[in-house]
Design a protein around this ligand. Structure first.
Ligand code: MTE
Length: 313
């Protein structure tokens, strides 16, 4: 797989669609006069944060002090296979994603199954969590997410004693050309063991960089599990199911020998086709060593006491 660093892309290649859409929004919101001035000075480009800031954000726990990836790179170099397998395309194509109305069905082994409107989820206390994200393909980013702990959502439905796993199921829309290709078993689905889901590091993210979640990053709500490879962090979630049995996951179904259920970041267990010992932080030149559990071992290693992590990869 050839990975072209985002810094290489010419501005002309970047998301004309999203720029136009944002400019349209900006015009509508602030009026043609001011927007005209901004556009004239070239301020409103894909490199700038989207025009929808989130207020009331408090600093959360566990944030890394590693330098943050630029907003431009984090929103123009994405994996969102429902749109495209190309990393530069979701930025423009995901503008079509319909993010309202949006509901998340929460069901399964719970005392109070509920369908929760996105407005209620957006009203949960907002924390900023600056997390490392290590992609299975060998690159990584540092992203300031805005969200709330998954355990807060669980409390809204009261999982029963039979709830041993959580399945996260994502949107399938006619706006997504990628789902016409059999790359994965759509909808994209992921799963966690219940104690992993309830760990305070696991968040439901509704934004990043102090802004409403950009579509290409999984609007309006996504999972973020920072000690696991990036593909566990499912985007654009519509259904959360508490289960007694380990759920299937999209990548495990596609290639069970390459993508296990756990998918904990582990520099000692290579992917069958490449090493996981090092990574390239987007925006940096030199590779850096990959850390056990992506640097979160102190917080999560105890979840796996006694488990053979080579078998449970
Ligand atoms: N969620 C959905 N629904 N579809 C996807 O293709 N890709 C995953 C994950 N969540 C994916 C997804 C992968 S492989 C990664 S690395 C991260 O999203 C990328 O998140 P980012 O684009 O916000 O950096």
């Amino acid at each position: 797989m050839i990975i072209r660093p985002p810094a290489d892309i010419a501005p002309s290649e970047i998301t004309p669609l999203s720029v136009h859409a944002r400019r349209r929004d900006l015009m509508r919101v602030v009026g043609a006069g001011i927007a005209g001035g901004l556009l004239g000075s070239g301020v409103a480009t894909a490199a700038e944060p989207a025009a929808t800031p989130l207020d009331g954000i408090v600093k959360g726990r566990f944030s890394t002090t590693d330098p943050q990836t630029s907003f431009k790179d984090a929103t123009n170099y994405n994996n969102f296979y429902e749109f495209s397998t190309d990393k530069y395309s979701p930025a423009g194509m995901a503008e079509r994603l319909r993010v309202r109305p949006w509901e998340v069905v929460v069901e399964g082994e719970v005392a109070r199954p509920r369908t929760i409107g996105i407005e209620e989820l957006l009203r949960q206390p907002r924390e900023e969590r600056i997390y490392r994200m290590r992609c299975v393909e060998g690159w990584s980013m540092v992203i300031p997410w805005v969200g709330f702990e998954f355990s807060r959502l669980a409390r809204m439905v009261e999982p029963t004693a039979n709830a041993r796993f959580v399945e996260f199921i994502t949107a399938r829309q006619d706006t997504m050309p990628g789902i016409n290709y059999g790359i994965l078993d759509w909808p994209y689905a992921e799963g966690l063991r219940i104690d992993e889901a309830m760990h305070p590091l696991t968040i439901m993210a509704i934004g990043m960089y102090g802004q409403v979640m950009p579509n290409q990053n999984g609007a309006p709500i996504r999972l973020v599990v920072p000690w696991k490879y990036g593909f566990k962090s499912a985007k654009s979630i519509v259904r959360i199911r508490f289960t007694s049995k380990q759920p299937g996951t999209a990548w495990n179904k596609a290639a069970a020998n390459e993508y296990g259920f756990y998918s904990n970041v582990n520099p000692e267990v290579d992917h069958p086709r490449w090493s996981q010992a090092t990574e390239r932080r987007i925006g940096e030149f030199r590779k850096r060593p990959t850390l056990m559990f992506n640097g979160y071992a102190e917080q999560v290693a105890s979840l796996y006491t006694g488990m053979d992590l080579r078998k449970n990869f």
